[in-house]
Design a protein around this ligand. Structure first.
Ligand code: ATP
Ligand code: MG
Length: 405
């Protein structure tokens, strides 16, 4: 039999109390991390009548500013963690670098999903790739480099030209160096301070895509359609999801792979899996994110449930139904670069011009300072026809100074 926490749902509007006369108190859902993903989780949770608690050290954190409660401590602070556990009925995480030991501590007191074990795998590229292999999903040829001897061995494995990636703490292409030959590889590993890395073979990409699945405590799983993603300089720039954006067979393959990756860690929560499609048409997995993902932001406006709605449902142990996309969609990421003109002077993007276009939905994360390459928000474009959505998205991109796609 499963334990108490596995069988009890955390009902919207509060669990009924034993006394029939008292109205139930709203339950609080907690989140580790106060970035934009946490903010959109908070919005979804609040829409369903929950209170929210955010733990993030930053006083200005996007999620902390809109949450009922903001616990402003470090992620490993025992007092902060205790406070979060005390006020929350269940706790989730919004970025993968939340220290796994902190999640383990919280799990002693409260239901935490995804669990520390799944998050720990996603935090370490070497463990992550081993997990993919275990699940029978191919990834790029690679070698783990933790010592000079392993570096020498890697050189005999035909992995060059390749990309040297730090095993931990990388995001948006940070902690990655492209290397052509042995000398460059040695220099790159020096530059990365000889921390544990993986060397991946550089693959000839035709395109990139990702899938978001949500898995409940009972193992039930649903998924969003496969997203087609365009990265620029290591950062997601554009996501497109509509009829005909990807061959059906590739979509089926990606969904099946994402589902087996989630099953393989007994995952509970929202999981995004990123894939490369190679020029020969084959597909390999790139990495996974144990949380909602930038490539799933279109679900806020183009689907009957968003990835954040499903994060709330999985966390609260509520039923999951297969989400339905009702509109063709293109998402444009809004990086801080858009806040600077050609002379490098800061100014606001021309929102009225963008919002004058039909089917545009602006999402800004409430970040006080615009910096280049910083994710400030995103623009979803939705519509009935693909042609119309593409036309509007390209117009919006031109207004915003985003290169056409
Ligand atoms: P994020 O977590 O923000 O998605 P990241 O820093 O973890 O990014 P990766 O996903 O590993 O970085 O790589 C970023 C981008 O670099 C990929 O989306 C892809 O465009 C390119 N890239 C990474 N690995 C390879 C590879 N082996 N071959 C070809 N291109 C690659
Ligand atoms: Mg990535």
């Amino acid at each position: 039999m499963s334990g108490m926490t596995n069988s009890v749902s955390l009902l919207p509007g509060g669990n009924a109390t034993s006394s029939a006369s008292a109205s139930p108190e709203p339950l609080t859902l907690g989140v580790m991390g106060g970035g934009q993903l946490g903010r959109m989780f908070v919005h979804a949770a609040q829409t369903m009548g929950y209170f929210t608690a955010v733990l993030d050290p930053d006083a200005q954190s996007p999620a902390g500013r809109v949450s009922h409660r903001h616990i402003q401590t470090d992620y490993t602070d025992p007092i902060g963690l205790k406070e979060l556990a005390a006020c929350s009925a269940a706790i989730t995480t919004e970025f993968e670098n939340v220290p796994a030991p902190a999640l383990r501590e919280l799990a002693k007191l409260r239901s935490v999903s995804p669990g520390a074990d799944a998050v720990a795998i996603a935090q370490d590229r070497a463990a992550e790739k081993a997990h993919f292999v275990k699940c029978g999903v191919p990834c790029a040829p690679y070698a783990v480099i933790e010592s000079a001897a392993q570096l020498d061995t890697a050189l005999s494995q035909n992995l060059l030209p390749g990309i040297l990636k730090t095993a931990r703490m990388g995001y948006d292409g940070k902690g990655q160096v492209r290397v052509k030959d042995a000398a460059a590889l040695r220099a790159a590993w020096q530059d990365l301070k000889q921390v544990p890395c993986v060397l991946e073979k550089m693959l000839p990409l035709a395109l990139e895509c990702s899938v978001i699945v949500a898995r409940g405590r009972d193992g039930q799983m649903v998924n969003f359609p496969v997203q087609r993603n365009l990265h620029r300089e290591g950062i997601l720039a554009v996501t497109e999801v509509y009829e005909g954006h990807l061959p059906a067979q590739l979509q089926e393959q990606a969904v099946a792979a994402a589902r087996s990756i989630a099953e393989g860690v007994n995952y509970v929560g929202v999981l995004c899996v990123e894939f490369f499609v190679l020029q020969d048409g084959s597909m390999v997995v790139n990495e996974m994110a144990p949380r909602p993902h930038n490539s799933g932001h279109y679900t806020l406006d183009a689907c009957d449930q968003s990835q954040f709605d499903l994060q709330v449902r999985t966390l609260a142990g509520l039923p999951l139904t297969q989400p339905r996309q009702h509109s063709a969609a293109i998402m444009l990421n809004l990086l801080g670069d858009r806040w600077f003109d050609a002379n490098n002077t800061m100014r606001l993007p021309d929102w009225p011009a963008v919002l004058a276009l039909p089917g545009t939905h602006l999402h800004l994360y409430g970040k006080t300072e615009a910096r280049k390459a910083r994710k400030m928000g995103h623009l979803n474009v939705t519509g009935v026809s693909v042609a119309e959505v593409r036309h509007v998205a390209l117009q919006a991109a031109a207004i915003l100074g985003i290169e056409a796609f």
